[in-house]
Design a protein around this ligand. Structure first.
Ligand SMILES: [Mg+2]
Length: 171
């Protein structure tokens, strides 16, 4: 395993299903916010994501929001989902992942991290020893460094497709 490689990828967080997570033997989900559940810095959830969280909870999964953004941004957003949260998580450092798992009382082996960025969400999950699912960001940010990073991430997304680890709804 390389540190920049997620376990799986999907186009859209709502395509992640209970059977998929059962196959990964996970019970708990650490959820990124910006570009995973909403546009960056927006309080408006992506369509269907509140219902998706409820569906996951109804299927017995524990969820927590894990975001590098500030408390003033994350707290009201998490409240819309009724979820606990860890803000200013400092991903990819392990500290936020460990705090989130301790809040949920779950172990690494039963936890998956979900997010749109390899340099933060996925690298951090791999450093901590968690499985991870990469989602496709919906909103393109404009800065040159961001665009370079996205370009580099494309090669990883392509490799996931080539190795059958990009899960599409038809699967
Ligand atoms: Mg993000």
């Amino acid at each position: 395993m390389t540190l920049n490689m997620p376990s799986y990828s999907v186009d859209w967080v709502t395509q992640i299903t209970p059977p998929m997570l059962h196959r990964m033997h996970v019970k708990a989900i650490l959820l990124d916010v910006d570009n995973t559940l909403s546009p960056p810095d927006s309080q408006i959830p992506f369509s269907g994501t509140i219902q998706w969280v409820q569906k996951m909870q109804n299927n017995g999964f524990k969820l927590i929001i894990l975001s590098n953004n500030f408390k003033w941004r994350v707290a009201p957003f998490a409240a819309q989902y009724g979820l606990p949260y860890v803000s200013f998580a400092l991903k990819p450092l392990p500290v936020g992942y460990l705090r989130a798992m301790s809040k949920l009382h779950v172990r690494r082996s039963e936890t998956v991290a979900i997010g749109d960025q390899i340099f933060t969400d996925i690298l951090g999950a791999n450093l901590v020893g968690l499985q991870s699912i990469l989602v496709t960001p919906r909103i393109t940010e404009g800065s040159a460094s961001f665009l370079r990073r996205r370009h580099w991430e494309q090669s990883i997304r392509q490799e996931l497709k080539n190795t059958g680890r990009h899960i599409s709804p038809k699967e």
